[in-house]
Design a protein around this ligand. Structure first.
Ligand code: SAM
Length: 436
């Protein structure tokens, strides 16, 4: 593989290229690098940059300087795949690196041209004209494209044959699948009063392997559940994840809710809400959907509904609906619901997360992507949804967390409870598959 690196500071890349595995790859002629200095493209006394046009701070590298540099690289080694680095580019990920290593591995002569800009960046026309790919190393701005180019090269080259000794050590890393790598330990057995987990010293390969799998899943759901849900996990991987994360419950409160006409009180149940919330609950792996109402007549309607869906006629009518409705639990009060959960969860009390269309602040506020913070407490999780005008202050005071409100790009803010339930569940527990 031939690599042209166009840069303002070639000296930044010299130690990089002369160290460790990259140096060895150069020695073994697996890669050849051509360092090109932008300023070598200038006429005597010419500068490589000029102020940006119109108001605005900063300097930009002149288009003809980048053009000359790219063309000189192509004269030397032929047409190249041109990568520009910019915080506005496509985010560099392991799947993207895998894709490029496969692409470059399968072709005879690869010539990569990496353009590392500085200052305010590259003239927009140059990027538009030349770039085959614009890459970002993350949502932050560094001073130049040199470190981004080195990060890209380290990620890519370790996947190319012959560069890293053991193939296994690059294939079994974090981000090669939906779960992160398991924790690793070395000797001594005890360090700073912390011991290596006992299981790793038993020599029982089967149990060690199971332990490592569980640890890898735990690390993933505590710190990068976003990665898991966006990396197309298999049905088996989802099933295992579901057994390892804490149990989840939701409740639709028909009591202790604010009413349109002043005060706090009860609301009527709506069968459409129960159908839809039950279907969402089963989809996202919720253990029970509680319907909380102290009113005898409402409870009777609910029990008639559940009796129908639990019956043979209900099953014949729509079996998948029967399956969904099987998670519904009618309860008379908030207290009865908590006691039911405690019993089911070996007396572990649930963490209560309340929801509201307003920005309320009881307990700690939490966003939709901080599952790890909640799950690290190893307790069941209960989401409370209000009806009427929302949960009363008495209920909100019980919050361990309040979830940020759901909102769109407009100011309209009147979702039905069943829509809110689906949105929250999808954000909290849903798979968000990506095509890489
Ligand atoms: C100071 S930055 C210019 C930032 C640009 N004005 C903006 O706000 O999008 C200068 C150069 O550093 C490189 N750079 C900075 N942050 C980067 C990132 N997150 N990923 C890739 N390249 C980056 C790019 O080559 C960029 O043109």
């Amino acid at each position: 593989m031939k690599i042209s690196l166009i840069t303002v500071f070639p000296e930044l890349h010299k130690t990089f290229l002369q160290t460790s595995l990259i140096a060895r790859a150069c020695e073994k002629k697996l890669i050849e690098v051509n360092l090109v200095r932008f300023s070598d493209m200038c006429a005597p006394k010419e500068r490589i940059d000029e102020p940006t046009v119109s108001h605005g701070a900063g300097m930009i590298i002149k288009p003809e300087i980048t053009q000359k540099a790219i063309e000189q690289c192509q004269e030397k080694w032929g047409n190249g795949f041109k990568i520009f680095f910019s915080p506005q580019g496509q985010k560099l990920t392991q799947p993207l690196l895998n894709k490029f290593s496969e692409k470059f591995n399968s072709q005879e002569n690869t010539h990569l041209i990496l353009v590392c800009s500085r200052y305010e960046g590259i003239d927009a026309r140059v990027e538009e004209h030349y770039a085959d790919l614009v890459l970002s190393i993350g949502d932050y701005v560094v001073m130049g494209g040199d470190l981004p180019a080195q990060i890209f090269l380290e990620g890519l080259l370790r996947l190319m044959p012959g560069i890293v000794g053991k193939k296994e050590s690059v294939e079994k890393e974090s981000f090669q699948g939906p779960v992160l790598d398991y924790p690793e330990y070395g000797l001594p057995v005890e360090w700073e009063e912390k011991k290596i987990p006992e299981i790793l010293r038993t020599g029982n390969h089967k149990e060690i392997s199971q332990w490592r799998t569980t640890q890898a899943y735990k690390k993933t759901f505590l710190s990068r559940f976003d990665w898991f849900v966006s990396s197309n996990p298999s049905t088996q991987e989802c099933a295992l994840m579901h057994t390892l994360i804490p149990s989840h419950y939701i409740a639709i409160m028909h009591t202790d809710v604010k009413l349109k006409v002043e005060g706090v009180g009860n609301t009527s149940i709506a069968s459409l809400d129960i159908h839809d919330a039950a279907r969402a609950s089963i989809t996202y792996g919720i253990k029970n959907l509680f319907i909380v109402s102290p009113l005898q007549d409402q409870q009777e309607i609910l029990r008639t509904f559940l009796k129908f869906w639990g019956s043979e006629i209900g099953k014949k009518y729509n079996e998948s609906r029967q399956q969904a409705v099987s998670c519904v639990r009618p309860v008379f009060s908030f207290q009865e619901m908590i006691e039911t959960i405690n019993k089911q969860e070996n007396m572990k009390a649930p963490i209560i997360i309340t929801t509201s269309a307003q920005n309320i602040k009881y307990g700690k506020q939490i966003d939709f992507y901080s599952q790890g913070k909640v799950w690290q407490q190893d307790r069941p999780v209960l989401f409370l949804f209000g009806t009427g005008q929302g949960l009363s202050d008495k209920i909100l005071e019980k919050s361990d967390y309040t979830l940020l409100p759901i909102s769109g790009l407009t100011e309209y803010n009147h979702l039905s409870v069943r829509s809110a339930i689906s949105i929250v569940l999808d954000r909290w527990l849903g798979l968000h598959s990506k095509i890489y």
